[in-house]
Design a protein around this ligand. Structure first.
Ligand code: SPD
Length: 280
């Protein structure tokens, strides 16, 4: 068996590794390194700067939970914006909603989109849908410009280092607010509560500062470091976050593998250490 391993090491003190069959792609863009491996146990994996972004084995969980929680809460989600998410998984999930007429994907790094189109077809398949515009642009600048508002904005970023760092700041969220419809919702990937509670707290404070409220929800995570992964959700109008449109959920349920009414509601039940850490 091959002795090639894909490794993600965090903070120089712990990590995970997966036995690889082969390295399919390695490139260096002007922003970051991009790699795709084929692994024995988790299918193909995309890494950016040595950090795992998506694996074929469990990508459906993250992508369903970032997209469907806000989409089923939003009564008529016509226009969707995805910032980051160049692998296309979040776009694919948004397109499952028949109400969605248009999706803009704004990804800073064309190499990520090219690698996903070439090596991760089941994740990136939605990128060729006629309802989708793929824009290789800086999401921070895109958000600062004026334009038509969106019903749902999904911040599918990498971790808050490198080009993604401004996507966690107050100026960016001020602009997100301007580009949301009155009933719209924003969801951002919010890192791991076990390892990055400080980052979560800072992000929640930024979002709360802009929207007056920020809620976190979790899913059970397989391949990112830590057993839970979080998202932050906010909107201009107050909303019962535990009440997705049950009729629409039932209609899409055959196409969903993790998301259902129960996982939606349960996702907002935060463990005590998170509640305390976020409110300290
Ligand atoms: N530590 C990894 C965090 C990555 C979150 N975004 C992944 C992009 C998947 N579409």
């Amino acid at each position: 068996m091959s002795e090639l391993w894909v490794e993600e090491v965090q903070d120089g003190t712990y990590g995970m590794k997966w036995r690889a069959k082969e390295l399919l792609f390695r490139g260096k863009s002007e922003f970051q390194s991009v790699e795709v491996y084929d692994t024995v146990s988790h299918g193909r994996m995309l890494l950016i700067d040595g950090l795992l972004m998506t694996s074929e084995r469990d990508e459906f969980v993250y992508h369903e939970m970032i997209a469907h929680v806000p989409l089923f809460l939003c009564p008529k989600p016509r226009r969707v914006l995805v910032i980051g998410g160049g692998d296309g998984g979040t776009v694919r999930e948004a397109l499952k909603h028949p109400e969605v007429a248009h999706v803009d994907l704004v990804e800073i790094d064309g190499m990520v989109v090219e690698a996903a189109r070439r090596f991760l077809p089941s994740t990136s398949c939605g990128l060729s849908d006629p309802r989708v515009s793929v824009r290789i642009e800086d999401g921070v600048k895109f958000m600062a410009a004026a334009g038509e508002p969106y019903d749902v904005i999904l911040i599918d970023s990498t971790d808050p280092i490198g080009p993604a760092a401004p996507l966690f700041g107050p100026e960016f969220y001020g602009n997100v607010r301007k580009r949301l419809t009155d009933g719209g919702l924003v969801v951002a990937q919010g890192e791991c509560p076990f390892y990055r509670l400080d980052v979560q707290k800072a992000l929640a404070q930024v979002v709360k500062g802009v929207f007056g409220r920020a809620d976190l929800y979790n899913y059970h995570n397989l391949t990112y470091p830590g057993g839970l992964w979080s998202f932050v959700v906010a909107g201009k109008a107050p909303r019962d976050l535990s009440a997705p449109d049950a009729k629409r959920v039932a209609a899409l349920q055959p196409k969903l593998r993790y998301y259902n009414l129960e996982t939606h509601k349960a996702a907002f039940a935060l463990p005590e250490f998170m509640k305390r850490g976020l409110n300290d």
